[in-house]
Design a protein around this ligand. Structure first.
Ligand code: M6R
Length: 613
C-alpha cells in the first residue's frame, strides 16, 4: 500500500528518495512521485506506474536539493494517474504533502476550501491537506516556523480518518514536518541528517536508530535536530530506539523471486522462531510475556484476530489451543471484529496476529479489545511495529523480512509460535501429560528438517503446475485442520496466479458447491488427519465420480489409482501437519504463476501491508 520516504540533511536527496521508494515497491502501488525544495520553490516530479518510470523523468543534475519527500501511491480516491499521484501542492504551490491513509471527511473539507477560493486539480482525498495547511498558515499572518507547525496542527484537527503526513513548505528550506494517526511513520537518525519513512525497510541501510511516531504526535525535523509535539503542540522528549535488523535479508540472494526465496527460508525461519523457547525436560520459555501464571490459568476464552494469511494461521492455532489447553478459542476477521460486539473481559486473551504489525483493521481490533478490558497479545514479525507497541505484550516470529506480497514464511512461523504458545499454556494449566508435551516439543523441533525434505521435491510440483496452469477454477478440500490449510492454499493460488479457486470443508461440498464440479475440474485434497482420512477419501471419491481430477497431499499411503497425483509429505503429529502440508501448495501456486509469466512478488491490486481499512 502507499509508501512515504523523506530526507533532510546535507546529501542530495533525490537518489536517496528514489532508492527508498524502490525499497518500498514490494508493498504494492500504482504511481510514484517526489518533491524537492530548491531555491525557495518546490520541484515536483510524479508519474503513473513504477518507480523506474519516475526515475527516467527525474534529471538528477537538475535536482540538487537536500530536503525532499517522496511517495508511492496505491489508489483509493481517484484512479492511478499523473495528476492523482503524490506529492500534492496547495493552490498557491507553497506547501507540498505526501500522505498515507484515507481522509474520510475530505468532501466536506474540499467544499469548505473551494468556498474559500482554493482550487483542486486531482480527485484525491489528500489534496485537501496542503490546502488546509495553506489556509491555516495564512490566517496567522506571520511567516515563522511556528506558524507552519501551527498550520499543520490545525489541519490535523480538521481531518477525520487515518494519516501519516510529511509536509514541506517553499519558504522553509531546512524543515520537514511529520505527523501521524492510525498509519505508521518512523524517523531514522543519521549524522546531521534524518530519514523519514512509512516503513523501516525503506531506510534501513542508512540507520538503525529510529523514532517511532505515536498517535497524533508531530515531529519538526531539521538536519541537526528534531522536536516532538503532542496534538496540542506541547513539546516533549522522545526515546531513540536501536533496531537490530538484517538489511541483507531484504535481497533475493540468487533466487529468481522473493517469494521463492522466502518459501525456501522456512526451515531456518521456523528454527529461529522456536529454538530459544524449547528446552527438553523444562517448561517452554515465554518469559518475555509478563502475564502472570494466575492470569493465564484463569482465562475463560481466547480470541485470535487477524486478516488474510495471518487469520488462516490463527485458525490452525485455534484447533491446537482448544485441543491441548481446553480453552474456547474464536478466530475473527479483524475488519469484522472491530465493528462487532464481542463479549470480552479481563478473563479473555485477545491475540492479534500480523506479519507487518501495521494492518489497519487488526490495529483497530486491538484497540477495541483494550477498551473492553481484555488482555492483549501481539504476534508480529516486525519489531517495533504499531501492533507490538500498542498490545499489552508481544512475541515475535523471527521469519526475517518478508518482501513478497504473498505471505509464506511468516505464515508457517506464526503457526509454529501459536503451537508453542498452546504447549506453554497446556503446561501451565496442566491439561496434558508431561510426556505428551515433551513428545510434541520434540516433534515440533524436528519439523524444519521435514520441511527441507518437501522442498527437495519441488520439481514434482513444477510438473503439476505445468499441467494445470491453464485451468480457470480449482477446488481445495480438507477436513478439520486440513480445511484451514485448504483456505490458505486457495488464497495463495488466487493472489499470485489469478486463478479462481475455492476452499471447502470436504463434507460441505455436497450441500451446494459440488454442482460446480465437471469433467476435468482440478481438486486438491489435503489428507493429514488419521481420524478423518476415510471420511475425506469418500468426499474426494464423490468428486472423482463427477469427473474431477484429484491431487492429494497426504502423510498416508493412499490408493494411487484413485488420484491423479499423490504428493507425500513426511509424517508428523496431526497438530503440526499444516506446517508441512502448506509447503507443496505454496510451491504449486508459485510455479503456476511462473507458467503464466506473472509478477510473483508484486501481484496486481495487492499491497504487502494494508494500512487502510
Ligand atoms: O501484515 P499482516 O499479517 O497483518 O497482513 C494480513 C494480510 O493482509 C496478509 O496476510 C495477506 O492476506 C497476504 N497478502 C497473504 O499472502
Amino acid at each position: 500500500m502507499c509508501g512515504i520516504v523523506g530526507y533532510i540533511g546535507e546529501k542530495r536527496c533525490t537518489p536517496i528518495l528514489l532508492h527508498g521508494l524502490k525499497n518500498l515497491e514490494y508493498r504494492g502501488y500504482d504511481s510514484a512521485g517526489i518533491a524537492i525544495l530548491e531555491n525557495h520553490s518546490i520541484q515536483i516530479q510524479k508519474e503513473k506506474g513504477r518507480v523506474a518510470n519516475l526515475e527516467s523523468l527525474v534529471n538528477p543534475l537538475c535536482l540538487q536539493g537536500t530536503v525532499g519527500i517522496a511517495h508511492t501511491r496505491w489508489a483509493t480516491h481517484g484512479k492511478p494517474s499523473h495528476v492523482n499521484s503524490h506529492p500534492h501542492l496547495d493552490s498557491d504551490s507553497c506547501f507540498a504533502v505526501v500522505h498515507n491513509g484515507i481522509i474520510e471527511n475530505y468532501k466536506v473539507l474540499r467544499e469548505f476550501l473551494e468556498e474559500e477560493g482554493y482550487t483542486f486539480s486531482s480527485k484525491t482525498d489528500t489534496e485537501v491537506i496542503p490546502n488546509l495547511i495553506h489556509y491555516y498558515y495564512t490566517l496567522q499572518k506571520e511567516t515563522s516556523i511556528s506558524a507552519f507547525l501551527q498550520a499543520v496542527s490545525s489541519t490535523c484537527q480538521r481531518l477525520e480518518g487515518s494519516y501519516a503526513i510529511l509536509a514541506i513548505g517553499k519558504d522553509f528550506p531546512g524543515i520537514e514536518i511529520a505527523v501521524k494517526k492510525d498509519s505508521p511513520l518512523v524517523i531514522g537518525k543519521g549524522n546531521k541528517e534524518f530519514y523519514i519513512a512509512s516503513d523501516m525497510p525503506a531506510i534501513l541501510e542508512y540507520t538503525r536508530d529510529f523514532y517511532f511516531l505515536e498517535e497524533n504526535e508531530m515531529a519538526l525535523i531539521e538536519k541537526e535536530r528534531i522536536a516532538f509535539f503532542d496534538a496540542n503542540l506541547k513539546k516533549h522528549e522522545k526515546l531513540l530506539t536501536s533496531i537490530p535488523f538484517d538489511a541483507l535479508s531484504s535481497t533475493k540472494r540468487g533466487y529468481e523471486d522473493f517469494m521463492l526465496k522466502e518459501i525456501y527460508e522456512q526451515p531456518e525461519a521456523i528454527r529461529r522462531t522456536i529454538a530459544n523457547r524449547i528446552q527438553f525436560g523444562k517448561p517452554i520459555d515465554f518469559s518475555d510475556i509478563s502475564f502472570s501464571k494466575k492470569e493465564l490459568t484463569h482465562l475463560h476464552q481466547i480470541y485470535i484476530v487477524a486478516c488474510g494469511t495471518a487469520m488462516h494461521a490463527g485458525f490452525v492455532g485455534k484447533q491446537i489451543i482448544e485441543k491441548l489447553c481446553h480453552i474456547p478459542t474464536h478466530v475473527e476477521i479483524a475488519s469484522e471484529f472491530r465493528y462487532g460486539s464481542p463479549f470480552l473481559s479481563s478473563h479473555t486473551l485477545c491475540i492479534f496476529v500480523s506479519q507487518s504489525g501495521e494492518t489497519a483493521d487488526t490495529i483497530a481490533g486491538l484497540r477495541l479489545a483494550k477498551e473492553k478490558g481484555a488482555k492483549t497479545l501481539a504476534i508480529s514479525n516486525v519489531i517495533g511495529s504499531s501492533i507490538t507497541r500498542e498490545a499489552d505484550q508481544s512475541i515475535y516470529t523471527y521469519a526475517g523480512p518478508e518482501i513478497a506480497v504473498a505471505s509464506t514464511k511468516a505464515y508457517t512461523c506464526q503457526i509454529a509460535l501459536l503451537c508453542l504458545f498452546a504447549l506453554y499454556l497446556s503446561e501451565l494449566r496442566k491439561t496434558e501429560k508431561v510426556e505428551q508435551i515433551e513428545d510434541l516439543k520434540r516433534e515440533l523441533f524436528e519439523l524444519p528438517e521435514k520441511l527441507e525434505e518437501i522442498l527437495q521435491k519441488h520439481e514434482l510440483l513444477q510438473n503439476i503446475a505445468n499441467q494445470v496452469y491453464q485451468e480457470t477454477d480449482m477446488f481445495f478440500l480438507g477436513r478439520g485442520i486440513d480445511y484451514y490449510v485448504a483456505l490458505e492454499g486457495s488464497l495463495k493460488l488466487k493472489e499470485i496466479s489469478y486463478l479462481h479457486s475455492e476452499a471447502y470443508p470436504a463434507g460441505e461440498l455436497k450441500h451446494g458447491p459440488i454442482a460446480l464440479i465437471e469433467e476435468g475440474t482440478i481438486v486438491i485434497g489435503i489428507l493429514t488427519q488419521d481420524a478423518l482420512l476415510s471420511k475425506t477419501i469418500s468426499n474426494l471419491q464423490e468428486v472423482i465420480t463427477r469427473g474431477a481430477k484429484v491431487i492429494a497431499i497426504t502423510m498416508a499411503e493412499l490408493p494411487q489409482d484413485l488420484f491423479e497425483f499423490v504428493f507425500k509429505i513426511p509424517t508428523t503429529n496431526s497438530y503440526f501437519s499444516p506446517l508441512l502440508s502448506i509447503v507443496p501448495l505454496q510451491l504449486l501456486s508459485y510455479y503456476v504463476a511462473k507458467e503464466k509469466n506473472l509478477d510473483v512478488d508484486k501481484p496486481r491490486n495487492l499491497a504487502k501491508s494494508v494500512t487502510v481499512e
